[in-house]
Design a protein around this ligand. Structure first.
Ligand code: NAD
Ligand code: TYD
Length: 376
């Protein structure tokens, strides 16, 4: 078992509580073929040209290698098709690639799917995270790696639901309401436990709703854009008054890069855009922007709005207090929502082939041609 104090010596400078800035050389990104993971890989590779990046992704329905075509020939990047629950594979990768940070995005991520089929959420999000933690613990114990980070990417949804006022802080108790958020909360607690029990140098972020390029069109914003372009109904759950706090995915990626290098091991950081919107207001906004962009008459797209039965256990409001991150590490979002949503709409219009590839299922054939089944 890893001696906790030995590990603490590795990652603290010895002067008070301040960690040395961490400079990763070879990171294992899990779930890097998904929405946030692929955006993170693009920005991390561009900003850290000397760091090797290995993307471990088993390519569920949400994994799409087309998100990564622009960097697939980069000599510092490699893709490995595999499951985070495959302990021997994870162990081999950690050792052979001399991994000094695991940046863990891989998850089942859609609340609606967690309501109809919760089991895979527990298997991937809870058990998968525990396997990564355990293999990381053995990797550290082997003494072959010095400074190390285990970075758990999580969600504000672990805190449950807010009323009309107030914000989630890092001290807000976990009160997850959906099988998805419960599985993420379970994983967060395991991350905490590995830090407390084994001295694992963990980082844990909890972020609000992301939007931007490569977003799978089952989630609200890309679904709206796709359906408006194709003049299909826009399903709004319940009364449309639920509130989400939207953050551009590149702002999220920049925060992760910063926290990886400067975050204090054992800490939790909230990440949010201070950008609350009622769902119905977002739906109206995207309709109106696309009226203009597609040359349709004013209000035409709003006719597509269809109120549907509410999601069971639908959290009413999420709002993040990200002041700790600003105060400690100086992070603030760079995108205004006005710019971010306009850019996102342009991206979907410019990348219709990507969207059609996803909605037709063609993206799934692409990786079979590239890599075959189960290959590394
Ligand atoms: P996503 O569903 O788009 O991508 C998930 C990726 O994980 C896919 O590429 C999938 O193939 C891969 N994956 C799933 N199970 C795997 C397994 N067993 N082994 C290896 N790979 C596996 O998800 P996303 O929206 O990019 O979210 C990424 C992370 O960020 C998740 O942990 C999610 O909980 C968290 N998060 C998401 C949001 C958001 O708004 N999307 C907000 C806060 C936090
Ligand atoms: P979603 O993008 O699924 O993210 P999350 O549930 O993780 O917040 O949904 C964002 C909000 O939009 C949420 O309140 C549910 C709502 N919603 C709709 O009203 N209609 C839809 O078709 C979808 C997918 C979501």
């Amino acid at each position: 078992m890893l001696e906790r104090n030995a590990c603490v010596l590795v990652y603290f400078s010895g002067k008070g509580d301040k960690p040395l800035a961490f400079s990763p050389k070879s990171i294992l990104v899990t779930g890097g073929a998904g929405f946030i993971g692929s955006n993170f890989i693009h920005s991390f590779v561009a900003n850290n040209p000397d760091c090797k990046v290995t993307n471990l992704d088993c390519l569920t329905y949400a994994g799409n290698l087309k998100n990564l075509t622009a960097i697939e020939n980069n000599p510092h990047y490699r893709f490995v098709r595999g499951d985070i629950g495959d302990a021997p594979l994870v162990a081999d990768l950690l050792t052979e690639l001399e991994i000094d940070a695991v940046v863990h995005f891989a998850a089942e991520s859609h609340v609606d799917r967690s309501i109809t089929g919760p089991e895979i959420f527990v298997r991937t999000n809870v058990l998968g995270t525990q396997i990564l933690l355990e293999e990381s613990r053995k990797h550290l114990q082997s003494g072959k790696v010095g400074d190390f980070r285990f970075f758990q990417i999580s969600t504000d949804e672990v805190y449950g639901s807010l009323g009309e006022t107030g914000y989630f802080t890092e001290q807000t108790p976990l009160a997850a309401n959906s099988p998805y958020s419960a599985s993420k909360a379970g994983a967060d607690l395991l991350v905490r436990a590995y830090h407390e029990t084994f001295g694992m140098p963990t980082l844990n972020t909890r972020c609000s709703n992301n939007y931007g390029p490569y977003h799978f069109p089952e989630k609200l914003i890309p679904l709206l854009i796709h359906n408006i372009i194709n003049k299909k109904p826009l399903p709004v759950y319940g009364d449309g008054q639920n509130v989400r706090d939207w953050l551009h995915v590149r702002d999220h990626s920049a925060a992760i890069d910063l926290i990886l290098k400067k975050g204090v091991p054992g800490s939790v950081y909230n990440i949010g855009g201070n950008n609350e919107w009622k769902n119905i207001d977002i739906v109206n906004l995207v309709c109106d922007l696309l009226d203009t962009r597609l040359g349709r008459s004013d209000g035409e797209n709003r006719h597509l709005i269809t109120f549907v039965k509410d999601r069971p256990g639908h959290d009413r409001r999420y709002a993040i207090d990200a002041s700790q991150l600003k105060r400690d590490l100086g992070w603030e979002p760079a995108f205004t929502f006005e710019n971010g949503i306009a850019e996102t709409i342009e991206w979907y219009l410019d990348n219709k082939e990507w969207v059609e590839g996803v909605t037709s299922g063609a993206y799934r054939e692409y990786y079979e041609q590239q890599y075959g089944r189960g290959s590394v």
